[in-house]
Design a protein around this ligand. Structure first.
Ligand code: PLP
Ligand code: ZN
Length: 423
């Protein structure tokens, strides 16, 4: 008997058999995976995990798959850096950065996609698809290539050129859509309804897909010698990542891999598109945005599917939410790179700048053990930074010219007022 019993509605708790569905037929609530916890507990142990593969699949007992064969490019098993320099700059005693920018396609989306495409094969899907703000596209296209499945990728027209070049290299059909992410997502949902044998990773197999992000909680706890941290700071778009990390820490406690934990969970969104973070700050409803503009394209979702659940997870854990400006985001990208040697994309800059806000306003206390998630790579989003860096003028190849150059201070990298358009 499988450790996955099926799906269960997050609202009315109705049970649904496993399949390519994401909403409850009774109340239209979202579904989540229903595990047989006795089975999970019987089979999981710290020792077994330690002997497992160097990927998300070391936590297989807490993932919703049946097949031995995984669609695996090596997502996960990323380093938790002790960030002493950044910690000192921000006034934190014990800060860590989980660097998820170095996954196979350079974002955390490889974690969710490895699970989702494995699941798509289990369900006998004939193709895979997704709506993407940029990073999921490459993750899905790459894993589809590995699985030998066609991929249909719906993207808003205004994402970064670097991400488009990357996703195209894996050979999917990309469908740029006039409008923003929410328009692309709406179309992808309609296409998913019209093609029931296609697995849209963040639509009709969303309950399985989001489970992959729990591994970001597991990896942190494992690298902290099976202790959960006091506080984590997470970037938010749909809110699914934050919910999965919260669920991950809670499940570790449930199966006895960590002692009782009280991890506080805070989220960050850019000021141009912050529906979840504003709901946290006002303790009100998540009000969907019809229009939005920010350089942080990967977090630009106006109608976040997991918004209310992310807000509740933050408030329940006594965390907070931060809303940095685009200029603060760009400065924070430089700050993380200069202090810790990690080059992240604007989603990571949002998280670093968000952490800064949360320390300054006292939400995060100096003595807390804090983990920051850097979820995407800066090389994918170079155009957002080209306005902030100064490339020195070339010199003649002489030592004299070199000495003259370094005798004056280098020009600082200074974020300038930016608009949302990327290219
Ligand atoms: C780099 C990066 N970080 C964080 C997120 C947020 O993920 P979620 O939509 O699960 O909130 C995204 C979403 O696309 C992303 O690309
Ligand atoms: Zn229901």
């Amino acid at each position: 008997m499988s450790r996955v019993l099926g799906l269960v509605c997050r609202e009315c708790k109705a049970e649904v058999p496993p399949g390519m569905v994401n909403t409850c037929t009774r109340c239209f609530g979202p579904l989540e995976v229903h595990y047989d916890w006795e089975k999970v507990q019987e089979s999981i142990s710290r020792e077994k995990i330690a002997r497992g593969p160097h990927s998300i699949w070391r936590y297989e007992d807490l993932l919703p798959v049946e097949s031995a064969e995984k669609v695996d490019l090596g997502a996960g098993f990323k380093k938790l850096h002790r960030a002493r320099n950044l910690g000192r700059a921000l006034g934190l005693r014990e800060l860590y950065v989980l660097d998820d920018s170095v996954n196979p396609t350079y974002s955390f989306k490889d974690r969710v996609t490895s699970v989702a495409v494995t699941k798509a094969l289990e369900f006998g899907a004939e193709a895979v698809g997704c709506a993407s703000t940029g990073n999921l596209a490459s993750a899905v296209a790459a894993h589809a290539a590995k699985a030998g499945l066609p991929a249909y990728i719906f993207i808003p027209e205004s994402i970064e050129l670097g991400k488009i070049v990357q996703m195209l290299s894996y050979g999917p059909r990309i469908i740029p859509v006039h409008g923003n992410y929410d328009d692309a997502n709406r179309l992808a949902s309609e296409v998913a309804d019209a093609h029931p044998t296609w697995a849209f990773v963040n639509i009709n197999i969303r309950p399985y897909y989001t489970e992959g992000s729990k591994t970001l909680a597991f990896e942190v706890a494992e690298q902290l010698d099976w202790q959960a941290p006091d506080h984590v700071v997470v970037p938010m778009a749909s809110g699914a990542l934050l919910c999965a990390i919260a669920r991950g820490f809670q499940q570790l406690e449930q199966v006895g891999l960590t002692p009782e934990n009280h991890t506080r969970i805070s989220g960050a969104q850019p000021s141009g598109c912050a529906p979840i973070a504003r709901a946290v700050q006002t303790r009100g409803d998540v009000v969907p945005l019809r229009t939005y503009e920010t350089i942080v394209h990967s977090l630009a979702i106006g109608n976040p599917a997991d918004g209310p659940y992310a807000r509740d997870a933050i408030l329940h854990s006594r965390g907070g939410a931060a809303i940095p400006t685009d200029e603060e985001v760009l400065e924070a990208i430089h700050l993380l790179a200069r202090t810790e040697g990690i080059f992240t994309e604007p989603a990571g800059g949002t998280t670093v700048a968000g952490l800064q806000h949360l320390v300054e306003n006292g939400t995060i206390e100096p003595d807390e053990r804090v983990v920051l998630y850097a979820t995407g790579n800066g090389l994918k989003t170079q155009e957002s930074l080209t306005r902030t860096i100064h490339i020195p003028a070339s010199i003649r190849p002489t030592v004299g010219a070199f000495e003259a150059m370094v005798s004056s201070p280098p020009p600082a990298n200074t974020p300038q007022k930016t608009r949302g358009t990327a290219w």
